[in-house]
Design a protein around this ligand. Structure first.
Ligand code: NAD
Ligand code: ZN
Length: 347
């Protein structure tokens, strides 16, 4: 079968031919109908060789940690699904038996690292291929009528912001303000989730006017260029108080400094982007009683909630479609910052 693999350090991924996997006992083979492209893929492919190897990533690596498809073959003993069922893949695989996994929070599994369990596309062979081997049926959620291409990115670009925002939802009642920094794949869904599940007025920031136009389209109340004037502009919009929650989907030095600068007393500052930034934690740098959090992905139950929001039409993803063969071009477009919403490969 064809797969899009990262094969050579420092080089773009390429289409290769690999063996079609065979599901062992308890596993499920999924015929991929859609696979989303995330900035984290680019982050992984930009790692120096020793860091990449140190993190346990194999080379070659089939990319794709946002996957959807139809069940193609069931391994021995799998009864939860039937061949042909349309499913979304929960990506942050855990051991399934530790305390956090029991809560559905496999993104924070206590044993994944020790047991060498990796998410598809981020260690295990990913969804940018004709078929994806899924290690356990609990990592499949029925799409139940959702279009795979339109919704595949909810498994990360939806789930990650949802997990981040849900933890701050109690602080985001009517009359409050939330800031979204970076209106790309995750950020534009983040704006929609804020509008769907909180009462906050949403202020979106980006360096690109096109992304700010997208932010408006998906419901942002205010849009601002992300520059040295942005902190003052947020202070003005919020009556001098600052935002009750700031979600930084970039995570670089300038955005992390902005994030604390535009937060209010008792705010939640959530850094989702892995942009290599560090943050000054000091009195006068961070508002009193503000909390800073760096979440990773989300829980299985939260993915079910995200898909429910989509089924009710309350959230959705802006998608640009590419063929599997055009995957390298899609990554090039992501790198130049010209993808509107999320790029999705359709094998
Ligand atoms: P993306 O490329 O689709 O979007 C990034 C957006 O940020 C773009 O719109 C870009 O114009 C904007 N941007 C860049 N610099 C900016 C600045 N200085 N100020 C404001 N906006 C700026 O990326 P994505 O796929 O949405 O991923 C976003 C980040 O989140 C990446 O760092 C990715 O690795 C990370 N990520 C983290 C998790 C997690 O679990 N914590 C999960 C998925 C992705
Ligand atoms: Zn676990």
């Amino acid at each position: 079968m064809r797969a899009l693999q990262y094969t050579t350090f420092g080089q773009p991924p390429e289409i290769v031919d690999v063996e079609k996997p065979v599901p062992g006992p308890g596993q499920v083979l999924v015929r991929v109908t859609a696979a989303g492209i995330c900035h984290s893929d680019e982050f992984v492919m930009s790692l120096p060789e020793e860091v990449y190897r140190g993190a346990g990533y194999p080379l070659p690596l089939t990319l794709g940690h946002e996957g959807a498809g139809t069940v193609a073959e069931l391994g021995e003993g799998v009864t939860e699904f039937a061949v042909g069922d349309a499913v979304a893949v929960y990506g942050p695989w855990g051991c399934g038996h530790c305390h956090r996994c029991a809560e559905g929070k496999e993104n924070y599994c206590a044993n994944a690292t020790a047991e060498g369990i990796f998410p598809p596309g981020l260690g295990a062979p990913g969804a940018m291929a004709e078929y994806l081997l899924v290690d356990d049926p609990r990592h499949l959620i029925p799409l139940d009528g959702l279009d795979p291409v339109e919704n595949v990115s909810l498994t990360d670009a939806g789930l990650t912001p949802y997990h981040a925002i849900k933890q701050s939802a109690a602080k985001l009642g009517a009359g409050t303000y939330a800031v979204v920094i970076g209106v790309g794949g995750l950020g534009h869904v983040g704006v929609r989730i804020l509008k769907a599940i909180t009462g906050a007025t949403v202020i979106a920031l980006d360096v690109s006017e096109d992304k700010l136009a997208l932010a408006k389209e998906v419901g942002a109340d205010h849009t601002l260029l992300s520059n040295e004037d942005a902190i003052a502009a947020v202070r003005e919009i919020t009556g001098g108080l600052g935002a009750d929650a700031v979600f930084d989907f970039v995570g670089a030095n300038p955005t992390m400094a902005m994030a604390t600068g535009m937060a209010s007393v008792e705010a939640d500052v959530t850094i989702v982007g892995i942009g290599g930034g560090t943050m000054q934690l000091a009195f006068q740098q961070v508002p009193f009683d503000a909390a800073v959090r760096m979440p990773y992905w989300g829980s299985r139950a939260e993915l079910m909630e995200v898909l429910d929001l989509a089924r009710r039409g309350q959230i959705g993803v802006e998608v640009e479609r590419f063929s599997l063969e055009d995957g390298p071009e899609a990554y090039r477009r992501l790198h130049e910052g010209s993808i509107r919403g999320r790029a999705v490969l359709v094998p």
